[in-house]
Design a protein. Structure first.
Length: 365
């Protein structure tokens, strides 16, 4: 989707991706297969371009820093990626910059968790998160009782006190080299109860003006604290007492902004190009209320993907599927998303539910 937005501006875009069959390979000016975590691969690829950006944080930052020292323009900056790559460092960053976030304790291994809880039994329920390499629900374990400590990761992590939240919100902030910032309207996310993946998204969020302003302010302050150039998706909790606190961030186009392709004046993907190319940032205003449903692989299905219900889906007014070109489906794998637009905010949830029941991603055979 980022590549498609770049094509609109005749940008020459070269791609490095570990998957030889990555869906983007046929759209790119050139495609290189290689490991994003390998120093030499990233360094050599960076030598061939004028500006480097990322779509996933799991990348060799040492190579990016070496390229930056040699004068390559890299956005988001390697220093920002390095902080965000490790949830332990990320959480400490929030604390150091007085950004509101859930209470947390750093752990080095599984054995640390029962020791911490013995001293602080009121810390439960909590979530144990891997410091590095967790994403899309992987690397997170809920520790509800002392009996759950065996679920903790035997690697450096962070034990984070669970928040009794009212809603999960997100704000995407764009910032260019001149320091100009623009925020997208606050959205509300509904997560899958088991997979820790976004199942639905609603824009704008059904919150008061006071809460909305608080969410916008916290997100903007977070982006400014990082000094990021590019996009920063700030995931937030709205607590039961009306406070907004930071959960996690992502320094790139994000699942919480996919609906902007149809629902906003400027999409998050175009905005990312504007920010990293140091161009004026686009208008983020909402054109229409929208919902976004992640199209996930059905449980029990692995193999070549087929989409059941597509004709019925396309017959529904205001419904727009976006498929990611992934040939193989797996349970809960993100295979695409569907944007639903409607002037009737109250009817979006029912329409989103109908969409979710209409289309299914299954394996052939």
């Amino acid at each position: 989707m980022l590549l498609q937005a770049g094509i609109d501006w005749n940008l020459t875009v070269h791609i490095l991706d570990p998957d030889a069959e990555a869906p983007c390979r046929h759209l790119a000016t050139s495609f290189t297969q290689g490991a994003l975590t390998d120093y030499d691969t990233v360094y050599q690829f960076g030598q061939t371009v004028d500006l480097l950006t990322i779509e996933i944080e799991r990348v060799n930052v040492d190579a990016l820093e070496a390229l930056e020292r040699e004068g390559k323009r890299i956005f988001p900056q390697p220093s920002v990626i390095r902080i965000i790559q490790d949830k332990r460092v990320q959480k400490q960053f929030y604390r150091q910059h007085n950004l509101p976030t859930a209470d947390f304790i750093l752990t080095e291994n599984r054995a640390d968790v029962p020791q911490v809880l013995a001293q602080k039994p009121d810390f439960l329920p909590a979530f144990h998160k891997l410091g590095r390499d967790g994403y899309d629900g992987r690397g997170v374990q809920r520790i509800a009782t002392s009996e759950d400590v065996e679920k903790a990761f035997d690697a450096p992590g962070v034990l984070e006190k669970a928040i009794d939240f009212e809603k999960e919100l997100a704000v995407i902030v764009a910032r260019n080299e001149q320091g100009q910032t623009a925020t997208f309207p606050t959205v509300e996310m509904v997560f899958h109860p088991e997979q820790n993946l976004v199942e639905y998204l609603f824009a704008p969020a059904a919150i008061s003006e006071t809460v909305d302003q608080q969410a916008q302010d916290v997100a903007r302050k977070t982006a400014e604290a990082f000094g990021i150039v590019g996009l920063l998706a700030v995931e937030l909790f709205l607590t039961k007492d009306g406070q907004v606190i930071v959960n996690e961030v992502a320094p790139r186009p994000h699942n919480s902004g996919h609906h902007t392709i149809r629902a906003n004046v400027t999409s998050q993907f175009e905005q990312h190009w504007r920010a990293i190319l140091n161009l004026p940032l686009g208008d983020t205003s909402i054109l229409t209320p929208a919902a976004m449903i992640n199209l996930l692989g059905e449980p029990g299905h692995s193999g070549p993907a087929q989409y059941e219900g597509m004709e019925a889906l396309l017959a529904m007014p205001g419904v727009f599927p976006f498929l990611y070109g992934k040939k193989i489906t797996r349970p809960f794998r993100k295979m695409g998303h569907i944007t639903v637009i409607s002037p009737d905010v109250n009817g979006l949830k029912a329409k989103a539910d109908a969409v979710k029941e209409t289309i299914k991603v299954k394996s052939k055979g």
